[in-house]
Design a protein around this ligand. Sequence first.
Ligand SMILES: Cc1ncc(COP(=O)(O)O)c(C=O)c1O
Length: 398
Amino acid sequence: MRNPTAFLKTEYDVMVKDALDWRPKELQGMSKPRARMAGKDVLLLCANNYLGLSTHPKLINAAIEATKKYGAGAGAVPGIAGTMTLHTKLYEALARFKKTEAAMTYPTGFAVNAGLIPQLVGEGDLTISDQLNHGSIIDGVRLSKTERAVYKHCDMADLARVLEEAEKREKPPRRILIITDGVFSMDGDIAPLDKIAALGAKHGAMVYVDDAHGDGVLGEGGRGAMSHFHLTHKDVHVEMGTFSKGFGVVGGHVVGSRDLINFAYNKSRTWLLSSAQSPAVLAACIAAIEVLETEPQHVQNVWKNTAYFKKAVNDLGFNTGNSQTPIIPIICGESHKARALSETLWSRGIYVLPIVFPMVSKDSARIRCQMHAQMTQQDLDFAISEIEAAGKTLGIIK
Ligand SMILES: Cc1ncc(COP(=O)(O)O)c(C=O)c1O
């Protein structure tokens, strides 16, 4: 008789054989550069906690006090009885920080893309997406009946070509949506958002940026990719981000015009039908914004560490692609090589996971190093010398 679940093991076994399975190690304490993982003290080189805010005393205290005052959970979805005073405060703080009209939050950044994109576009529309956009964008677009086109990574001539072809059609699309990561999560390069916005304006297209890795890192005081390019929400109409990376907490957000927020409130199923964030999370997010507004040293430090580390690994001959941010990939080629580099570094006291297909193409497996504001000179020099030794042993550099 047929075994209906046999594929579960067969498919997993293939992933293990091809070194494409995930093998995360347990973090046995706080997410800090010097961390305890799987019983070992290591340098943590692959966290999204760029500024170290997840362990900032102001965030921790805010979360504790909010739990005492408001409880552990919101008790409902936000549209019914789950919108707490802390939600309103967070929306206001975020709109103030981003210097815009309105803001709202979702349970995660993934939930923003999965819930909002399919409401912005549908049948008869065209969505044009960068080739290297994050998986949550790809899934959000797939949840829509929109027609899709992919432009070559950051290639403005290719984006212009798709827009021009759409315009020449006998029946042009009802709406056009151009969608891009602000900072590409696996490569650390920055989308040419100013040029994308200009093309959008020329062709009457909506522009949507996912700034998950730009938030807290790029622009004035960590205000993100739009601030980096001095753009407003008249240029880029939908800005989404997450509190889970530079902000050090968890939760997605959307910022922009009041019209956008009213629309998103009433349409996104991942907001309407998913429970509201807990008081601890909301209070920690508010505290993270306040820290960014008052303590500029965190953003400055992460950039100082980024410049030092990137120059050193480039000088050693490693391929860091087009990285322009604290995400610094070391591209190794096929997956076994990236895995071997990761495992060698683990044996030498550094935790940095391999990133393999389908996260990146099969021939560009890598380890993705991510900088942290609190890494010391000693931490960076340790990482650089161990990466050099491992790279030479494995023949990645000479
Ligand atoms: C570019 C990008 N968008 C969206 C997300 C999802 O954000 P979250 O972790 O808040 O679900 C991530 C995180 O992995 C990301 O890198």
